[in-house]
Design a protein around this ligand. Structure first.
Ligand code: FMN
Ligand code: ADP
Length: 250
C-alpha cells in the first residue's frame, strides 16, 4: 500500500495519479461499518480497473475544532490504522492533516482539491459522512457538488443489535471492559502495541516471565483489569495474560 501524507494545499496533480475509487472517512477503529465502506471501494475498483484508496484525516477534527488541550485517544492511533487498512488490501492511503485551513474549505473546495485533483472518480462513503466547513457537505448534497463524471456510492447504516456500529460505541465498550462486544463490532480482537521495556524483573522470580509494554501511541485503553491475550512477537503468536493497571503492593 502506498501511503501519502497530505497537508492542504497539496501539490499533487491529477495526471500523476491513477484513476481511483476512494472510501472517505475518519475510520477510527477500522470497525465493521468502516470495513463495509472500504471493501465496497475495493470491489468497485477491481470491477472498473481502477486503483482503490482510503482518504482519512489526522489528527481527529475535534483537536482542531474544539481547541482541546486534552490528549485525544484513538481505538486505532495512526500507525495501527495504517496497519488495519493495509490488511484489507487497499492500494493507496491518503492521510490528510486536519488543521484550521482544511476546516475552512467549503464542501465544493474540499471535493475539488481532495477528489478531482487526486484523480478520484468514484467516491464511497457511509450514509452519515459529512465534509467541508462545518460539515455542510453530506451524502445528499454531494450529488450537486461533485464533478460531472464522478460517481458516488453511499453505504447504508450497519447496525449491531439495533444500534449503529460506531467508534463512540466501541470507545464506551472499551472503557467498560466489554471486550466480547468490542470484538464483534471491530470484526477482530482489540489490539494494541508497544515496545517491551525492562521492569523490576519480579515476574520471573515467581514463575511468570513478564513483558512490560510501554504504550506510546494514544490508544483508548480498556478498563483496568486482567485479560487473556495473544501476543505477537516477530510473527510468532503466544498465549498470555495481561494486566492493565497498577502495582498496588510495590
Ligand atoms: C503472577 C503475578 C502476580 C502478581 N501479583 C502482584 C501483586 O499482588 N501486587 C502487585 O503490586 N503486583 C503484582 N504483580 C505485578 C508485578 O509487581 C510486576 O509489576 C510485573 O510482574 C511486571 O514487572 P516485572 O518486570 O517486575 O516482572 C504480579 C505479577 C505476576 C506475573
Ligand atoms: N455503522 C456504519 N454503517 C455504515 N457506514 C458507516 C458506519 N459507521 C461509519 N460509517 C462510514 O464510515 C466512514 C468513516 O466514519 P466515521 O465518521 O469515522 O465513523 P464513526 O461513525 O464510526 O465515528 C464514513 O463514510 C461513515 O459514514
Amino acid at each position: 500500500m502506498e501511503v501519502h501524507s497530505l497537508v492542504y494545499p497539496h501539490q499533487l496533480t491529477k495526471d500523476e495519479q491513477p484513476n481511483t475509487v476512494a472510501a472517505f472517512g475518519f475510520f477510527d477503529g477500522v470497525h465493521q461499518g468502516h470495513r463495509t465502506v472500504i471493501k465496497k471501494a475495493i470491489t468497485i475498483a477491481a470491477e472498473s480497473n481502477k486503483k482503490s484508496a482510503v482518504i482519512t484525516f489526522d489528527p481527529h477534527p475535534s483537536v482542531v475544532l474544539q481547541n482541546t488541550k486534552e490528549t485525544i485517544r484513538y481505538i486505532t492511533p495512526i500507525e495501527e490504522k495504517i496497519k488495519q487498512i493495509e490488511l484489507l488490501g487497499v492500494d493507496r492511503l491518503y492521510i490528510i492533516r486536519f488543521d484550521k485551513n482544511l476546516a475552512k474549505l467549503s464542501p465544493k473546495e474540499f471535493l475539488t482539491h481532495f477528489a478531482d485533483e487526486l484523480h478520484i472518480t468514484h467516491i464511497v462513503a457511509g450514509f452519515d459522512f459529512t465534509f467541508g466547513h462545518k460539515g455542510a457537505g453530506n451524502m445528499e448534497n454531494i450529488h450537486d457538488l461533485v464533478h460531472l463524471n464522478t460517481e458516488v456510492t453511499t453505504i447504508g447504516r450497519l447496525d449491531f443489535q439495533g444500534e449503529k456500529i460506531s467508534s463512540t460505541r466501541i470507545r464506551a465498550d472499551l472503557k467498560r471492559g466489554k471486550m466480547e462486544e468490542v470484538e464483534r463490532l471491530l470484526g477482530r480482537p482489540y489490539t494494541l502495541g508497544g515496545e517491551v521495556i525492562h521492569g523490576d524483573k519480579r515476574g520471573r522470580t515467581i514463575g511468570y516471565p513478564t513483558a512490560n509494554i510501554k504504550i506510546e501511541d494514544d490508544y483508548v485503553l480498556p478498563r483496568i483489569g486482567v485479560y487473556a491475550v495473544e501476543i505477537k512477537i516477530d510473527n510468532e503468536i503466544y498465549s498470555g495474560m495481561a494486566n492493565i493497571g497498577y502495582n498496588p503492593t510495590f
